[in-house]
Design a binder for this molecule. Structure first.
Ligand code: HEM
Length: 220
């Protein structure tokens, strides 16, 4: 079976294995549903979104279940990628040089591994926000189980749940911009799984070195 980092017969590099892509799209589709229904509950101005998605009651019923699916997908991402998302010295240098990154001067950047420091920030941001969203969402889902003397938990949940959701919206917009528009070739990696060798060399030189150095024993 092909493994991430393996050079495929047609000369491209496998970036995401099938199970990684399936997990990613489970997170992505459940998140988009949560985002749309969550916005509809947030303000009456956007309630039309819930109507368009089948009605207020259906949206209110499905939102927490989609939340559970999203949470499980993010936990699966954690089990697959957390070890590769640890901050390294290169990441600290990467943030110091982020101005070059913004100007597309990739050759002046410290060599990112499979993930650059920005991608790691996105990953941990989604990870911690999904935990917050689950905990506060559970309180909002079953408020009747919160004893009256612990009612501060309800008030806290009402504030933290949308605050964490807003944070994820910021992360999500940056993620879409960076992965679909800024880094040409990245989108194919979550569809077909592979990227060109040039892509690996340009955006993830540290990863590229591992690939060419260890292509006979591919790195997980
Ligand atoms: C329509 C929605 C989305 C699109 C089009 C999209 C696109 C992409 C692309 C193209 C990549 C590969 C980037 C690369 O390896 O260079 C990627 C990776 C990734 N995506 Fe998404 N994504 C979407 C939604 C989400 C959501 C909701 C999450 C939240 C958990 C997420 C989390 C990640 C993570 C953690 C990675 C690996 C690290 C990274 O590249 O930032 N994605 N996505």
């Amino acid at each position: 079976m092909s493994q991430s980092g393996q050079i495929l017969p047609h000369g491209r590099v496998l970036r995401y294995e099938l199970h990684e892509r399936l997990t990613h799209w489970t997170a992505a589709f459940s998140y988009i549903y949560l985002l749309l229904t969550g916005l509809a509950f947030y303000t009456p101005w956007l309630f039309w979104i819930a109507i368009a998605l089948g009605g207020g009651q259906i949206s209110r019923m499905l939102h927490p279940w989609a939340g559970l699916i999203f949470f499980l997908a993010v936990m699966k991402m954690y089990s697959m990628w957390a070890a590769q998302m640890r901050t390294t010295e290169t990441d600290k240098a990467w943030w110091g040089a982020v101005g070059h990154y913004a100007r597309n001067e990739d050759d002046k950047m410290p060599p990112a591994g499979r993930y650059n420091a920005g991608q790691k920030l996105l990953f941990w941001g989604f990870f911690w926000c999904s935990l917050l969203l689950l905990l506060t969402g559970a309180v909002l889902w079953f408020p009747e189980f919160i004893p009256w003397n612990l009612r501060f938990l309800r008030y806290t949940a009402v504030v933290i749940h949308p605050a964490a959701a807003l944070l994820t919206i910021g992360l999500f917009l940056i993620h879409i911009y960076m992965s679909v528009f800024a880094e040409r070739g990245a989108f194919g990696s979550v569809i077909r799984g592979d990227v060109s060798v040039e892509f690996a060399k340009r955006y993830h030189p540290g990863w590229y070195k591992e690939i060419v150095g260890e292509s006979s024993t591919p790195r997980k």
